[in-house]
Write a protein that binds this ligand. Structure first.
Ligand SMILES: [Zn+2]
Length: 276
C-alpha cells in the first residue's frame, strides 16, 4: 500500500509532546491535566501536557481501570512494567480457582508461578465501513488467547490439582474505547488532528455520549507481526485510498497480538475533518 504514510511510534519511548492548552475531548481550557497516551499502567511514557480536563480524565481513567484490572494486570506485573505506585498495591500472589477433588476452591499463587492467559477480542469491520449491518456497541466475532508464564498443564501437575479455571473478565467495549483513546490522543500529539477544527466522532464514543465504539474500532485482519524490543505499538496513517486518517494500536507487540484499527477522521488537504 504505497498510498500510506505512516508515523510509527514505539509507545514505550519516553517523550513529552508540546502542551495543548485545552481538553482534547470536550474543548474546555479549565482544570487541565496531562494525558498519558498509552496508559501509564501499561508502561506508557508518552505524555501530552494540559490536554484533558478533570471530568474527561475521570471518564478515560475509568475505562483504563476496567481494562487494566482484568487479565492485563497480572501480565503487567509479570513483565515488571512500571505503574503509578510502582506496583506497591499490585498483587505478588493472584487467586486461582482449583479443583483437587469434586469441589472448586480458590488458592493464592505467586505471580511468576501463575498460568497467565490473555484474551484479545476480534472485532468485526467498523460500522463506518459497513453501515448496513451495524447497529450499536461493538461487534465481537471471536477472541485470541495468549499464554504467558507456565503452561496450564504444568501448573496442574505441580500443585497436584485435577483441574484449574482461569477467569477472563474483559469488557469488549471498554477495551475498544481505551484503544480509540490511545490512537486519538497520539494523532493530536503529532499534529495529525487539530481538535480546534472539530473533534472526530469517535470522541463521543470514548466519552460514552454515543454507544457506537464499534463504528470506529476494529481488528485489522493481516498477518500478526512481532516487533522485537517494542512493547506496544501506535501508528497513525493517512490512508489516501480510503481518504481516512487511521490509528493502529498493538499491545504487547513482541507476543504477536492482534493489531487494532481506529478510524479517526476524513483526510482533507490541510487538516483532518471529523468523520460525518
Ligand atoms: Zn474535557
Amino acid at each position: 500500500m504505497n498510498e500510506r504514510s505512516i508515523f510509527n511510534i514505539p509507545a514505550l519511548e519516553k517523550k513529552m509532546y508540546p502542551e495543548i492548552g485545552f481538553c482534547i475531548y470536550c474543548g474546555t481550557p479549565h482544570d487541565l491535566t496531562s494525558e498519558h497516551i498509552m496508559p501509564y499502567g501499561l508502561g506508557g511514557n508518552l505524555e501530552l501536557p494540559s490536554s484533558s480536563c478533570k471530568v474527561c480524565a475521570t471518564i478515560t481513567g475509568r475505562i483504563e481501570q476496567t481494562v487494566l484490572r482484568g487479565p492485563l494486570r497480572p501480565i503487567c506485573v509479570y513483565r515488571r512494567i512500571q505503574s503509578r505506585r510502582k506496583h506497591k498495591d499490585a498483587p505478588t500472589k493472584l487467586p486461582l480457582e482449583v479443583r483437587f477433588g469434586t469441589e472448586w476452591e480458590t488458592i493464592q499463587l505467586p505471580v511468576d508461578e501463575y498460568p497467565l492467559l490473555l484474551t484479545f477480542f476480534n472485532y468485526e469491520i467498523p460500522g463506518y465501513l459497513d453501515p448496513k449491518n451495524y447497529k450499536s456497541g461493538v461487534r465481537v466475532s471471536g477472541q485470541y488467547t495468549y499464554s504467558f508464564g507456565p503452561r496450564l498443564e504444568e501448573v496442574i501437575k505441580r500443585i497436584g490439582a485435577k483441574d484449574i479455571r482461569v477467569s477472563q473478565s474483559y469488557v469488549p467495549s471498554e477495551f475498544a474505547k481505551m484503544t480509540a483513546k490511545v490512537a486519538y490522543s497520539m494523532a493530536v500529539a503529532i499534529g495529525q488532528i487539530n481538535p480546534t477544527m472539530g473533534r472526530p466522532k469517535v470522541v463521543n464514543a470514548i466519552l460514552g455520549k454515543t454507544d457506537d465504539i464499534g463504528r470506529w474500532v476494529w481488528t485489522v485482519s493481516e498477518p500478526r507481526k512481532r516487533l522485537k524490543d517494542i512493547l506496544h505499538f501506535i501508528g497513525i496513517e493517512r490512508d489516501e485510498k480510503q481518504g481516512l486518517l487511521i490509528g493502529r494500536v498493538q499491545y504487547l507487540t513482541d507476543s504477536g497480538t492482534p493489531m487494532y484499527g481506529v478510524i479517526l477522521g476524513k483526510l482533507d488537504d490541510k487538516f483532518i475533518a471529523p468523520v460525518v
